[in-house]
Design a protein around this ligand. Structure first.
Ligand code: PLP
Length: 385
């Protein structure tokens, strides 16, 4: 006998990568050398200062107990410094920052905090799958908003008007956009804030890629005048600091929003390990040169990935930012699924098909820059050979 699970488990399918990566692991177990260009898991090390701070903090006798739900003052101050330095955004470290165990969990906490069953959520038709999955999990109704390549993968604000109703509660936004790499612009953010204010919608911006291969000064949605009235921003150390496994991120928002999310979150988990918070303080103060060196490595990988796309006959937008390269399949390729399966089985190269980010991605693939450029060149040779 098996006890029946809740209805919500039936509307949420297992995360695509966990299924596909099981196939990759099986091939590896059979002795194949698989080049995994699928998942965005940074392979480079955190800064030396981060590791040193962790190893000295871990020896402190007071390091190992429960921690405050709101993080240490030093960690919150470092996040405020990071926002000031990178985005010229002023955050009050005592009330406008909530540390998170990775920004992914923030999507759940925000949804639990603001959505009642039946509330509508505007989700990009192409994007990080968790916005949709979590909205549905808490009883929200997902309304997909279109993103067109011709429009730089940005929302069409006129079309957005037709999607809003008096039940619309949240709009999810993510620029630099994953998976298309479409950059953030101030104009886009200003339009988004104006739209959210007009319709009294909570605008949730997910901002983990602003420091990766950015072509200009990174921007935060909160830099728009008056944004804090209707907007909150998730950010993360996973990609920008090579700390994905540490599970460290935060929510930046006005005090009432932070307090509301804290009410839910403090019933779900507890403050993160003190030594990690100490190390994160060091990481958040990494010099601009550290970020530039990391980006120089990504640039070399990007060039190899562009060669791979060329070899497959794909086209791509050179304005992309972030940790991936998004390519459009040529008409000669029957389907992304077929291509991905063939390259995995025959060449032992795993590429993410665009449709896992939404049906709009049918004719696209996404390459991750998270492996040494030599490996990406090897994938070029395998596929070309
Ligand atoms: C757009 C986007 N948001 C959030 C996340 C999750 O980041 P974190 O590691 O902070 O949970 C990812 C990770 O792939 C992502 O691509």
């Amino acid at each position: 006998m098996i006890i029946e699970t809740a209805r919500r488990t039936k509307q949420t399918s297992e995360y695509y990568f966990s299924v596909k990566l099981a196939e990759v692991r099986k091939l590896i177990a059979e002795g194949h050398d698989v080049i995994n260009l699928g998942i965005g898991n940074p392979d480079m090390m955190p800064s030396e200062a981060t590791l040193e701070a962790l190893s000295s903090a871990i020896l402190k006798p007071n390091a190992h107990g429960y921690q405050s739900y709101t993080g240490t003052p030093a960690f919150r101050n470092a996040i405020a410094d990071f926002y000031d330095h990178n985005y010229k955004v002023n955050l009050d470290p005592s009330s406008e920052i909530l540390p998170l165990i990775g920004s992914k969990e923030g999507i759940t906490h925000i949804s639990l905090t603001f959505l009642d069953p039946g509330d509508e959520v505007l989700v990009p038709e192409l994007g990080y799958p968790a916005y949709r999955a979590v909205s549905q999990m808490v009883g929200g109704v997902v309304k997909e908003y279109p993103l067109q390549e011709e429009n730089g993968w940005q929302p069409d604000w006129e079309a957005m008007e037709t999607l809003v109703s008096d039940k619309t509660k949240i709009m999810w936004l993510n620029y630099p956009h994953m998976p298309t790499g479409a950059p953030a612009t101030l104009e886009l953010f200003e339009n988004a804030v104006a739209f959210a204010k007009k319709h009294q919608i909570l605008l949730c911006h997910d901002n983990p890629y602003s420091l990766i291969l950015n072509k200009k000064q990174p921007i935060s949605l909160l830099s728009v005048e008056g944004a804090k009235e209707v907007a909150m921003e998730l950010n993360s150390m996973s990609k920008s600091h090579n700390m994905a496994g540490w599970r460290m991120g935060w929510l930046a928002a006005a005090k009432p929003y932070i307090n509301a999310v804290l009410t839910i979150k403090s019933n779900v988990d507890s403050g993160m390990f003190w030594a990690m918070q100490e190390a994160a303080v060091a990481a958040l103060h990494n010099a601009d040169e550290w970020h530039a060196e990391r980006n120089a490595v990504y640039q070399g990988r990007l060039e190899a990935s562009e060669a791979l796309l060329s070899m497959l006959g794909c086209t791509w937008d050179p304005k992309q930012e972030g940790m991936f390269l998004w390519g459009k399949l040529p008409d000669s390729v029957e389907s992304a699924e077929k291509l991905v399966n063939e390259t995995l089985v025959e060449k032992h190269v795993f590429i993410a098909p665009g449709f896992i980010f939404g049906p709009k991605g049918q004719r696209y693939i996404r390459l991750s820059l998270c492996l040494p450029k030599e490996r990406i060149w090897e994938a070029v040779e395998r596929i070309g050979g």
